[in-house]
Design a protein around this ligand. Structure first.
Ligand code: NAP
Length: 287
């Protein structure tokens, strides 16, 4: 089943392309409903592996920020819930039995809301977050605690910056008018941003060789990235090492404390399966 439930504010981001793309599936009463908070490749992999399992209803939730998102398999809802209380109310209304927070490691607000909402609704929560990147031999990393800290470091590290931190938060770099930026993001940025720049709209994954060619071609002398982790965008780190370039690595925000957390999709899958077994047992007569 494919449904879109999104507030008007988010509707503009998604476009009609999503609606109606999936045929309706007949819905028999599921033994268990799982909400996957998504927007990552891990969330999509998990949804694909759970979708279609007998007795299981899987709903993936997207923020609706990207104009043409890669859609997960199965049922999807789009747009904010209206804070932690809204998420708790949604979970109760939809009979959610378990939540997997598989959002991006830098999406700290929704993760905090998931912790609060699941406590309010009495629903078990699992945090699925890929491990961060660690420096390797030959890397020249400069750790920053925030985008503002990253911006403050840049003038002593280079003059031609490859900025890959996404379209949100570009204001932190807007005052650096002596530096030139190659800004890569999925959708066009808005709001304050560096005056001297080129915007490259692209979506990963990115390979080491093409990243190296891109950096060479633009005369890049410093890379800025969030420590997102995962293999799909790690090519820029290999390329920076190959070219001997410094990397400003923005650390992850402090994670909201979900009681249970895993880093691999296979472990999240096992967690859902164990909850399915428990709810099947509970549904048996005398269970
Ligand atoms: P955020 O700051 O943590 O969340 C802001 C608000 O957006 C939340 O309070 C919530 O609104 C809504 N929201 C976020 N994720 C949602 C989801 N999966 N389903 C429904 N509502 C959601 O999030 P963000 O950093 O802007 O990221 C937005 C989405 O993009 C996330 O789902 C994340 O997985 C994905 N993403 C983020 C990054 C990044 O660098 N931050 C990178 C790649 C992908 P309400 O309070 O109204 O519920």
């Amino acid at each position: 089943m494919f449904r879109v439930a999104q507030p008007d504010a988010d509707r503009r981001y998604l476009g009609a392309a999503i609606e109606g793309r999936r045929p309706m599936r007949p819905r028999s009463a599921p033994a268990m409903t799982v909400l996957v908070l998504g927007g990552t490749s891990e969330a999509r992999t998990l949804a694909a592996q759970l979708d279609g399992r007998p007795g299981l209803r899987v709903v993936s939730s997207l923020a609706g920020r990207v104009s043409n998102p890669v859609l997960p398999a199965g049922e999807i809802r789009v747009g904010g819930f209206g804070g932690a209380a809204g998420l708790a109310a949604w979970a109760r209304a939809e009979g959610v039995d378990a939540v997997v927070d598989a959002t991006h490691p830098f999406a700290e607000t929704i993760s905090a809301h998931a912790v609060e909402a699941c406590a309010l609704a009495g629903v078990p929560l699992l945090r699925l977050a890929r491990p961060g990147w660690s420096p390797r031999d030959g890397d020249d990393w400069h750790d920053a605690g925030s985008l503002d800290e990253a911006a403050a470091m840049l003038p002593r590290l280079g003059t031609r910056v490859f900025l890959t931190t996404g379209r949100q938060g570009l204001a932190a770099f807007a005052a650096l008018d002596r530096l030139w930026f190659l800004i890569r993001c999925v959708d066009p940025p808005g709001g304050p941003m560096p005056a001297s720049c080129e915007v490259l709209l692209a979506r990963g994954p990115y390979e080491r060789e093409s990243e190296r060619a891109l950096m060479r071609g633009h005369g890049i002398d410093v890379l800025v990235t969030k420590n997102s982790g995962g293999p799909l965008t790690a090519g820029k780190l290999d390329a920076a090492r190959d070219l001997g370039l410094p990397v400003v690595m923005v650390a992850r925000p402090a994670a909201a404390a979900a009681a249970e957390s895993v880093t691999a999709v296979s472990d999240a899958l096992r967690w859902v399966e164990s909850h399915m077994l428990a709810s099947e047992r509970a549904a048996r007569p005398g269970g």
